[in-house]
Design a protein around this ligand. Structure first.
Ligand code: TYM
Length: 331
């Protein structure tokens, strides 16, 4: 079986972007691949050094993933910090990653702009740690959203650099989505992607109540509608259609497309429909996640069982890496 790895940072509530960019693929991939899915708690320290809520977030991320359909008997679920071998590989890879290329990373530049007071070395080497996460299990596929594309390209470079210097150990990891194109779920306010922390009213979280979902969807940016048939669709209207394509029936979507093209669309009705379809989609995940989150004994068992398997795989890679690098002094 081919190996798959992916991770989610426990920096807040999971949202629709996480679901459609990543989790939905995890659930499908667990049937056919050897899957390792983890909670990236070390990565979250780059921007969230306060760890008061960390444990709660880690458990919630696990619960939400299981509620979305991940089966701990099929996929290996673990927490990054349970696998110290990842940090050892990170150290080796840091010697092969250059300051200049790390400074050019889009996500790094974004973080520098947002938080100029906390430009720490961990933030700079974030893609190196992400590479270690992936290649520690020698993964071939990495189900992620569009925003991770550049990190995957860097992962290929770092893995290849290791291979060139010390010998072939790592396969090239590739970003993966069942629909081929990587997904970017837009936010509700017409600006950019949905994200954990940006504008909370523009993000639909898997933990949102029905009323909150309705309220957020009804607030989504629209206008008074096209004045002539077959008008060009503004970005923020395209976003609403895209969101609808994720959770609504095809014929519902088609009806509103036709209405738009006939310059006869009522965005109020469209948003009401979208809100109901969102509620129908999110409510069962939210309810399941709450029940799973309440059973900490179960979640801890899942974490422990996952860590054992992930660790065995990581130890094997580190053993080989050390041998190839000539660090196995005692044979
Ligand atoms: P994170 O925690 O920000 O997001 C988790 C996953 O959700 C996807 N995603 C989206 N997809 C589509 N539309 C959106 N609006 C959207 N928002 C988030 C992300 O692409 C991601 O797949 N660096 C990673 C975590 C990580 C990782 C790894 C991933 C650490 N090590 C190793 C893969 C392999 C991140 O910050 O994801």
């Amino acid at each position: 079986k081919e190996i798959v790895v992916s991770g989610i940072r426990p920096t807040g509530f999971l949202h629709l972007g996480n679901y459609f960019g990543a989790m939905r693929n995890y659930v499908r991939m667990q049937e056919q691949y050897d899957c390792y899915f983890f909670v990236a708690d070390w990565h979250s320290l780059t921007t969230h050094p306060d760890t008061k809520e960390l444990q709660d977030s880690v458990l919630r991320v696990l619960a939400e993933n299981i509620a979305a359909g991940l089966d701990p008997e099929k996929a290996c679920l673990y927490v990054q910090s349970a696998i110290p071998e990842i940090s050892e590989l990170y150290l080796y890879l840091n010697m092969l990653a250059y300051k200049g290329e790390l400074e050019k990373t889009v996500t790094f530049k974004e973080k520098v702009r947002q938080h100029p007071e906390n430009v720490n070395a961990g933030l700079l080497t974030y893609p190196v740690l992400q590479t270690a996460d992936i290649i520690i299990h020698r993964a071939k596929y990495v189900p992620v959203g569009k925003d991770q594309e550049q990190h995957l390209e860097m992962a290929r470079n770092f893995a290849q650099r290791f291979n060139h210097r010390y010998g072939e150990l790592f396969p090239e990891p590739h970003a993966f989505n069942f629909g081929n194109e990587l997904v970017k779920v837009p936010s509700l306010d017409g600006t950019g992607k949905m994200s954990k922390s940006e504008n909370q009213l523009a993000t639909l979280y898997l933990a949102d109540t029905d009323e909150l979902i309705r309220k957020k969807v009804m607030k989504a940016k629209t206008d008074s509608g096209p004045t002539e048939p077959n008008s060009e669709m503004p970005d923020y209207i395209q976003n609403i259609f895209q969101l609808m394509s994720l959770v609504s029936e095809e014929n519902t979507l088609q009806k509103f497309r036709d209405d738009f093209n006939a310059a006869n669309i009522r965005y109020g009705d469209m948003k009401k429909q979208l809100a109901e379809d969102m509620v129908r989609f999110i409510a069962p995940i939210r309810e399941k996640a709450e029940a799973i989150r309440a059973d900490e004994t179960y979640l801890k068992k899942v974490m422990q069982q996952g860590a054992e398997k992930a660790r065995a795989s990581a130890q094997e890679t580190i053993r080989e890496a050390r041998a190839m690098m000539g660090l196995n002094y005692l044979g």
